[in-house]
Design a binder for this molecule. Sequence first.
Ligand SMILES: NC(=O)c1ccc[n+]([C@@H]2O[C@H](COP(=O)([O-])OP(=O)(O)OC[C@H]3O[C@@H](n4cnc5c(N)ncnc54)[C@H](OP(=O)(O)O)[C@@H]3O)[C@@H](O)[C@H]2O)c1
Length: 286
Amino acid sequence: MNILVTGSRGQLGSELQELSRKLPDHRFFFYDLPELDITDSGAVGLAVSECKPSVLINAAAYTAVDRAERDPESAFRVNRNGAGVLAAACRDVGALLLHVSTDYVFDGNLPRPYRESDPPSPSSVYGCSKLQGEQLIGEIDPSHIIVRTSWLYSRHGANFVKTMLRLGAEKSELQVVFDQTGTPTSAADLAGALMEISGHFDPSRHYRETYHYSNEGTASWYDFACAVMELSGLGCSVLPVDSSGYPQEAPRPSYSVLDKGAIKRDWGIRIPYWRHSLGAMLSHQP
Ligand SMILES: NC(=O)c1ccc[n+]([C@@H]2O[C@H](COP(=O)([O-])OP(=O)(O)OC[C@H]3O[C@@H](n4cnc5c(N)ncnc54)[C@H](OP(=O)(O)O)[C@@H]3O)[C@@H](O)[C@H]2O)c1
């Protein structure tokens, strides 16, 4: 099967590239900027007609959550319009669009993990742009599966774990917010789940699904930072602060744990606990 991946040099895209080396039965085509801009319908159409993918995994996105508040045009151009361009290209060639979205489509006011059927209500430009991308895919309606995830980290690219490792090596004490709860997610695990779906979907079916995928368990950013220090053996103390003492440009949901029941039930995907996956990532960190 041919699988085309966009955004292939980001965190998730890099993990998909690593995993692809263990999957010789599939033929992969990896693209990122500058060679393939997902907002360029001509270039996307050309790539799709050349690669003839059965599945297009979209790992490309505008992910600078705070910068998006100052630059909404770029966020909407990539996260809404780009998703639409890919959806139209997939519809034209009958490919499955496997698109990745975010827990930030929710406002965080529910007292329990978010299900796919819960109404989204994003509170940031980034969250709005990702939600509009989902909606545009639904309107264009290629066969599509949207997977919302949260708090991604990887050995590749910039992320919270790498920031904590750097600051933990430089400082003896750090303040981290304790009043935002979610689930850290290994991009390597998410890549594995996307490959499971790619390997087992039924090409004769028209999919219109949304799923939630994160690692298991819940954590605050404070818990996450403490785990990074503990599992990497850094002696830096982490102090809990509430988010009023750490203003950010984009509002974040105070609670964005995702309910993963549906993806586990429908695809038989087994999801590791977040601390376990964090330990695995740190043990491979140079
Ligand atoms: N990171 C998180 O914590 C998080 C949480 C929840 C959901 N997600 C979602 O998970 C997915 C993967 O995130 P990630 O963390 O792997 O993202 P990432 O590391 O920021 O990677 C995104 C990639 O897309 C590329 N890109 C940006 N604009 C593009 C365009 N117009 N055309 C083609 N490629 C473009 C980026 O290139 P440049 O670097 O050159 O811009 C980058 O290589 C995204 O859909 C994101 O919204 C992420």
